[in-house]
Design a protein around this ligand. Structure first.
Ligand code: GDP
Ligand code: MG
Length: 177
């Protein structure tokens, strides 16, 4: 492999979970393609996108999985979680119920994956400050008590999107290298 003179390859599976319409698909499209869709529907289709980043001169690939809307029916399957080494657990800062459900998603993640999975709690839609329903402090405090990284993001205006994914990828890399 010409791109990998060391002979080592890094491919990390990362899953995005959280309630319907919190912005999971848009976080992925913002990160992988720098695209945002204001009218996105839960489309059946792309299972994952692969995005590369450079860490200390090594090419590290993240295979980032997005649900196809199954979360509406609470029917995300174990196949979705299989082999995941990272997870973004997303809520919408303008809808408290999505924050209240984070615990459920963490339980589901625990059931289906390894305890060593790197987790980031993501409060998305931080551009909606005027209708904020969950404070930054609440997000931080939940993350601290559950041992998660934490970041507020906006897929709409790009705030912290790249950063959130890259923190997770770097942490996974540090754990395995
Ligand atoms: P998913 O069901 O979790 O995949 O959510 P989507 O990515 O489909 O987004 C649901 C809705 O929220 C869509 O109308 C998006 O345009 C909107 N949305 C997603 N991210 C943001 C964001 O950061 N800010 C705002 N204001 N809207 C967002
Ligand atoms: Mg979606």
């Amino acid at each position: 492999d010409d791109n990998n003179h060391s002979g080592e390859e890094y491919l990390f599976k990362i899953v995005i979970i959280g309630d319907s319409a919190v912005g999971k698909s848009n976080l992925l499209s913002r990160y992988a393609r720098n695209e945002f869709n204001p009218h996105s529907k839960a489309t059946i289709g792309v299972e994952f996108q692969t995005q590369s980043m450079d860490i200390h001169g090594k090419e590290v690939k993240a295979q980032i999985w997005d649900t196809a809307g199954q979360e509406r029916f609470r029917a995300v399957t174990s196949a979705y979680y299989r082999g995941a080494v990272g997870a973004l657990v997303v809520y919408d800062i303008s809808r408290r119920t999505t924050f209240d459900n984070v615990g459920r998603w963490l339980d589901e993640l625990k059931t289906h994956s390894d305890t060593t999975v790197v987790k980031m709690l993501v409060g998305n839609k931080c551009d909606l400050e005027n209708i904020r329903d969950v404070s930054v402090e609440e997000g931080k405090s939940l993350a601290e008590s559950e041992g998660l990284f934490f970041m507020e993001t906006s897929a709409l205006d790009s705030t912290n999107v790249k950063k959130a994914f890259e923190i997770v990828i770097k942490e996974i890399y540090d754990n395995v290298s």
